[in-house]
Design a protein around this ligand. Structure first.
Ligand code: NA7
Length: 540
């Protein structure tokens, strides 16, 4: 074992891996509510997690600002002022830095400290955590707050090393920014990120070529500065907004309407969808309760969007490529955009269908498909993440009796309530796979998990419980429940979605987030906790 520069392991009650939304609130809760000795280990040079890394052009949250906030502190809610309907990356980063300063968190955060391994020792009931900076820490409680979308997925395409231009992944964007002026740029990927970045890059580049593997739906975001009236409303109604977020399916500040696509006439449906399209944002998918439950209902909503794409995009061949979408609407994470489809009307922007002409290799001068060479100065990979499990599995985590997390999850993530993995005592995963997480507006999902973990640790200490661990049977049952919840929706029918791990070659195809709804999930967690931490084994 490599010890720190002082020669000894540093001892803590709890270690938290990651200083994003989750890690910051977890630190505050364990340190200030429970009085524990806590340290946060963060790989980056700064705090912010996802929002530290994702600085690509156009990076913005799809959740609305007033809901993309911590709600644990009413004072914080009242004093922070978002400027736009959707918060832009620099503003979110400023917010998180404000939170760190306001609650005096920095003194317990170790930056530039990437965790290499974590090992549990049964004899001492302690975790030993080693970092790439050769420091060693020990703790009783290990909390992973590593984010769901933090392990960049750079496709392994032959020839990338020989490319003579510059290439970037959107999730590892250089902090000094990238100047696209006068450049021929290629963007690979048309998920939420590509759809945000493409219009902004197009505004600067000399020529933009988008390499599309799967066409995607997108709804206009209709971003705009927040009016004073709305700002006052959001602050005055913070309690109501919080209640709505906690009591619905996706933790957004709106409910899914309780009407079927088939309850209304064709004309009424068209009007409803048109009005939702004009309002913009993720609430578009909340107009009908069966959009994501019934293939025929979904088809009608999807058809509306396809017609919109065809109406916006002037070149009929490009329009057809963009509208030829192979999965139900919202079965993959539905992007929202600012002038995405309109961008294809610009004369210097072209779309390449890499389904029909796959990328063969990257050459020193650009991208070669089976049909053509595309000369490029810059390649941008907006190719997403090894989501939900990637960052956890990158660390060498070893639980009781030498069990590695990579072995325990060989066939896909297996845990209980998305909170604990059998065989990994006193380890907690904030918004881990098996919890609603990425199907939600993240901050309420994070606050729920952090509060649960904090209460759980308080309970353990009050009752002299040394270790808590998810039971094997409870985890097996929960995996079935997660599968059943997904199967009750159209979500698994998007067979290439990252929800299923299908975007990473070789990754087991398991639907990872819990699709039974945030409110329902909270109820399940609460009932089992009240029933004496049902499904967890507690040992004194
Ligand atoms: P996504 O949603 O995973 O999108 C990645 C895009 O990149 C998607 O269009 C992929 O096509 C494409 N992709 C991935 N690998 C390749 C390769 N090897 N070749 C060509 N194209 C590829 O990631 P985002 O960053 O956009 O969004 C992630 C989440 O961040 C988002 O959902 C929000 O929650 C925030 P595919 O569809 O797999 O055919």
């Amino acid at each position: 074992m490599t010890l720190g520069t002082s020669g000894a392991a540093q001892e803590f009650d709890a270690l938290i891996i990651g200083a994003g939304f989750s890690g910051l609130y977890q630190l505050l809760s364990l340190r200030d509510k429970l009085g524990l000795k806590v340290r946060v280990l963060e790989a980056a040079e700064g705090i912010g997690g996802t929002w530290y890394w994702n600085r690509y052009p156009g990076a913005r949250c799809d959740s609305e600002s007033h809901s993309y906030s911590y709600y644990f502190s009413k004072e914080l809610l009242q004093e922070w002022h978002w400027t736009e309907r959707y918060p832009e990356q620099p503003e979110i980063l400023r917010y998180l830095n404000h939170v760190a300063d306001r609650f005096d968190l920095r003194r317990d955060i170790e930056l530039n400290t990437r965790v290499r391994s974590a090992r549990y020792d049964d004899a001492t009931n302690r975790w030993t955590v080693s970092t790439e900076t050769h420091d060693t820490f020990r703790c009783t409680y290990l909390i992973t707050a590593v984010g769901c979308l933090s392990s960049a997925n750079v496709p392994k395409i032959d020839g990338l090393n020989d490319f003579e231009g510059d290439w970037y992944h959107t999730g590892q964007w250089p902090h000094q920014g990238v100047d696209f002026t006068g450049k021929r740029v290629g963007v690979v990927g048309t998920g939420s990120t590509g759809i945000q970045a493409i219009p902004v890059i197009a505004a600067q580049a000399k020529q933009l070529t988008v390499f599309q593997r799967t066409a995607n739906y997108s709804i206009p975001a209709r971003n705009a500065p927040l009016t004073d009236e709305f700002k006052r409303y959001a602050k005055a109604h913070a309690n109501d907004i919080e209640l709505i977020m906690k009591s619905n399916t996706n933790a957004h500040p709106f409910y899914i309407k309780d009407r079927s696509v088939f309850d209304v006439t064709d004309h009424e449906r068209e009007q409803i969808l048109e009005s939702a399209w004009q309002k913009g944002g993720l609430a578009f998918r909340a107009e009908f309760r069966d959009t994501l439950l019934d293939a025929k209902a979904n088809h009608l909503v999807a058809d509306f969007i396809r017609r919109k794409i065809r109406a916006i995009v002037k070149d009929p061949v490009t329009a057809e490529l963009l509208a030829d979408i192979d999965h139900p609407f919202a079965a993959k994470r539905p992007p929202v955009d600012s002038h995405y489809f309109e961008t294809y009307n610009l004369p210097h922007v072209q779309l390449v269908n890499i389904r029909t002409q796959p990328i063969e290799r990257i050459t020193p001068s650009g991208i070669k498909t089976t049909e053509k060479d595309y000369a490029l100065d810059i390649i941008v990979f907006a190719t997403g993440f090894d989501a939900m499990t990637g960052s956890l599995l990158k660390m060498d985590i070893e639980g009781d009796r030498g069990l590695k997390l990579s072995e325990a999850w060989q066939a896909g993530p297996r845990n209980y309530l998305g909170l604990q993995v059998p065989g990994f005592p006193n380890m907690f995963t904030v918004t881990g796979p098996g919890s609603p997480s990425v199907l939600c507006n993240m901050p309420p999902a994070i606050e729920h998990h952090v509060d649960w973990i904090t209460d759980c640790i308080a309970h353990l200490r009050q009752h002299g419980v040394r270790r808590i661990e998810a039971e094997e049977q409870a985890a097996d049952d929960w995996v079935l429940a997660v599968n059943a919840a997904a199967s009750a929706t159209l979500l698994p029918s998007a067979t290439h979605s990252w929800y299923l791990g299908a975007n990473v070659p070789g990754k087991p195809r398991v639907f990872m987030p819990y699709a039974g709804g945030f409110a329902n999930y909270r109820k399940i967690v609460e009932e089992r906790t009240r029933a004496g931490y049902q499904g967890f084994s507690l040992r004194r």
